[in-house]
Design a binder for this molecule. Sequence first.
Ligand code: NAD
Ligand code: 89Y
Length: 335
Amino acid sequence: MSKVRIGVVGLGFFAQNQLEAWRVIEGAEIAAVCDRDPAKVEAARRRYGVERGYTDVAQMLADDVVDAVDVATTPPSHRAIVEQVAQAGKAVICQKPMAETLEDARAMVEACRRAGVSLTVHENFRFQRPMREVAMLLREGAIGEPFFARISFRTPYDVFANQPYLATEDRFIILDLGIHLLDLARCFMGDARDVSCWTKRVNPNIQGEDVATMVLDHGNGRTSIVDCSYATHQVPDPWPQTLVTLEGSKGTISLGADYRLHVTRGAETVTRHVPPKAWPWSQLPFDIIQDSVVALQQHWLGCYRAGRAAETSGEDNLKVVELVHTAYADADRRK
Ligand code: NAD
Ligand code: 89Y
């Protein structure tokens, strides 16, 4: 079977994980790299041994050297690139947040639907190994019917060192990070029909909110608390781990910062260690995210070959983008 030829667009901070991941995934190859910065194109070509490099997506598409495009640029460029790729008839993977506005996200899903190409969002938190384990336990009925979840990400980590653009966005933590946690809440508890939200900016040197608390209504009395903060003083710093508690009619699941997964039923608790797989390029403590990138891209490849939608399809992810904007609207209303 011939390898699926991937074009990676956007060769900045996070794309390095996606490039490393493509290299270890059998059945895919990086056929082209593209960034508007020529120095990044050359660096990626050399580092990843890629023959073709471009500074313009249109040129890469015109040369017809890729089957699918993995978009790892920053959000303002996502819609234009995804629409271009769809028009060229290629499958597309797009980093989260799919778009900054609901209107753009809907237009992207529609453009791909009309062009008959698949759109997958690189929503990787649900592909973290402990999260896969939690989802499997829920499917197996380990705690009965879940009725409450808490998904929590709180850290003092200086996220602006690697991603300086986050400091100047009017909307920060929900759009950038909370979106992953909202997706996890959906993954564990089902779709949410409403969300209430409170936000705050603690760091005076940034533009947007760096603390958010959201309460989700999943129907039938099922609720989740999703909370995130980049302003929390905490030692040791759990970054970049997400902590999870799930309570069900027959038991409780709890995932701690040490990758210990506890399942309590009655008076008995069973604990397992579920760390991420270490890859040659893994850098602690970022390994949890790096491994999830491989898992998501592997999942995407299987779906692409089978001609079915990935778990984090554009259509599915629209529901998360909707939650993000409902949360911001609710927080704004309270102010
Ligand atoms: P970055 O600024 O480091 O890199 C973005 C790159 O895209 C830059 O090199 C820039 O030159 C290039 N670019 C921008 N517009 C372009 C265009 N029109 N054509 C070609 N190249 C273009 O940003 P980053 O921190 O790597 O973030 C990229 C994306 O990854 C964002 O959507 C971010 O939210 C996401 N991200 C995801 C995770 C995760 O865990 N899933 C973590 C970090 C970042
Ligand atoms: O951009 C964000 C993401 O997707 O995961 C963590 C992050 O890098 C900073 O909040």
